[in-house]
Ligand binder design. Sequence first.
Ligand code: GTP
Ligand code: MG
Ligand code: NA
Length: 345
Amino acid sequence: MKIRSPIVSVLGHVDHGKTTLLDYIRGSTIAAKEAGGITQHIGATEIPNDTIENICGDFISKLAIKDLIPGLFFIDTPGHAAFTSLRKRGGALADLAVLILDVNDGFKPQTYEALNILKMYRTPFIVVANKIDRLFGWEVHEGASFRETFSNQAKSVQQDLDNKIYEIVGELHKEGFQSERFDRVSNFASQISIIPISARTGEGVIEVLAMLLGLAQEYLTEQLEIDENAPAKGTVLEIKEETGLGVTLDAIIYDGVLRTNDEIALMLSSEDVLVTKIRSILRPLPLEEMRDSKKKFRKLDEVVAAAGIKVAAPHLDDVVSGSPLRVLSEDTDVEQEILNEIDNI
Ligand code: GTP
Ligand code: MG
Ligand code: NA
């Protein structure tokens, strides 16, 4: 048995800062390079624990968060109205979620839509109130914890932020959720934590990472236990033509092990099940965004969950995005499992 990284989906309205938050954590600049500044695909990035510890300093050890969870596996989703199905796919995969909003903008149509996806799948989540650096009079403390930077703001700025947080608390209440600023939460099982941050300056990001690790450790370890020898289970994100590889699929593996030459079952757009054999498995390096790193893939003979991978195999052309991916095994009727799972999406 192994504990895998929790899959953490980042959801929210367009331009509220999902990709920028992940950029800060990865030390990358993907948001700035996107066409029109808009995310149009689901992204995936593994953040190992040592990266989280580097960002958090001694904050994690102070909170008694152990090395139980190997890291966080982030899914970036598009916020633009056109991408409902991608948001659903990102939401369905998540063990945990970050609902991000621009603190100056508040709830917007896709914020509600994201919240409904989280309700539908009963995904535990935190709320991130982003762009605090844009509050009038805010004094930036690059990379500081929220507690530290907040205590160094003028009284009027603190009050302004708290008013905005209470508007968010009010909106969440209307939607059926109890919430509080994270440092005033008394019961993490019944109240949603709201963490004010700036994805641009990194203020508060420490608490976001610590909270995600803490929640995963406290509430999710059973669900994150995987059998490293079991046939893999995963979800297809996208079908893509890649030079030199032909038609490939990007997938998230959330259970078991996947090996080259494994026979896998997938769903076709005709709703038939395709069985094909894996020719190669490619995996991006940790901290690399899957959709962005053609050159930085490693070819592997096998991969254990959780992992974001690219798979080359024959006949992938008509596989549907969102399809389950299952390794064929003798003791289960994989074809029937796939059909059942499709019914549940
Ligand atoms: P979509 O994926 O298209 O839905 O957008 P997104 O939620 O990923 O937002 P993105 O990261 O693309 O950020 C949108 C804009 O807001 C960019 O210009 C960012 O630089 C800016 N931005 C994001 N976070 C912050 C922040 O904390 N402070 C400030 N000042 N700007 C931010
Ligand atoms: Mg984005
Ligand atoms: Na954007």
